[in-house]
Design a protein around this ligand. Structure first.
Ligand SMILES: [Zn+2]
Length: 193
């Protein structure tokens, strides 16, 4: 094993985004259950996630009505768990997060991501989670008529910007009753759910 590779396996946070891309299975032209057009594309791939194990990643996307559903399912079952992470530097933004559709992510003073039929599952990192929230707040800022709500969204975007620059310390709490999710880092605190 080369020195660089050795270093990589020791620090899971550094692995984020560096997993080789396995073959993706794609089936197109399926019937969309929402608009009844044959415009649904299904994709499936297997991913080997360091310090977590293999997982299947599924996605459905309809090019007609834009219906989108994605989820992640680990091959090996994990214990239901609660993960608490202190995000204190820009480096922490690279920490890998496996989030299935059954997970709840709470970021106090910023936002919560809740489970449900419309919830998506994905493998990302802390930055990816924050960017998703940022996007939602941006949409809210643009579509909101109420001045006070608009201002609130603006303030929140400022705060999120600081987090993304590593200038604001926040907590991220992930829980999943199915045990299909995880925050993968040596500094994460694991607790019982
Ligand atoms: Zn559709």
């Amino acid at each position: 094993m080369s020195k660089a590779a050795e270093k990589k396996t020791k620090n899971p946070a550094k692995d984020a985004g560096q997993v080789p891309t396995p073959p993706v299975e794609v089936v197109g032209g399926e019937l969309c259950p929402f608009c009844n057009e044959k415009a649904l594309t299904l994709t499936e791939k297997e991913m080997d996630i360091a310090y977590f194990g293999k997982a299947y990643l599924f996605a459905m996307h309809c090019s007609k009505c834009n219906y989108h559903k994605a989820d992640v399912e680990p091959i090996e079952k994990h214990e239901p768990c609660k993960y608490t992470l202190d995000i204190t530097s820009e480096e922490d933004l690279k920490i890998r997060v496996v989030k299935s559709s059954t997970a709840t992510i709470k970021i106090p003073y910023i936002a919560d991501i809740t489970p449900g039929p419309d919830a998506q599952g994905y493998v990302t990192n802390v930055e990816g989670i924050i960017n998703r929230i940022k996007h939602q707040v941006e949409v809210l800022k643009e579509t909101e008529d109420d001045d006070e709500a608009k201002q609130k969204a603006k303030n929140l975007l400022k705060k999120i910007g600081k987090v993304l620059w590593g200038q604001e310390k926040i907590k991220m709490i992930l829980s999943d009753p199915d045990g299909d999710s995880a925050i993968i880092s040596e500094k994460v605190v694991k607790g019982k759910l």
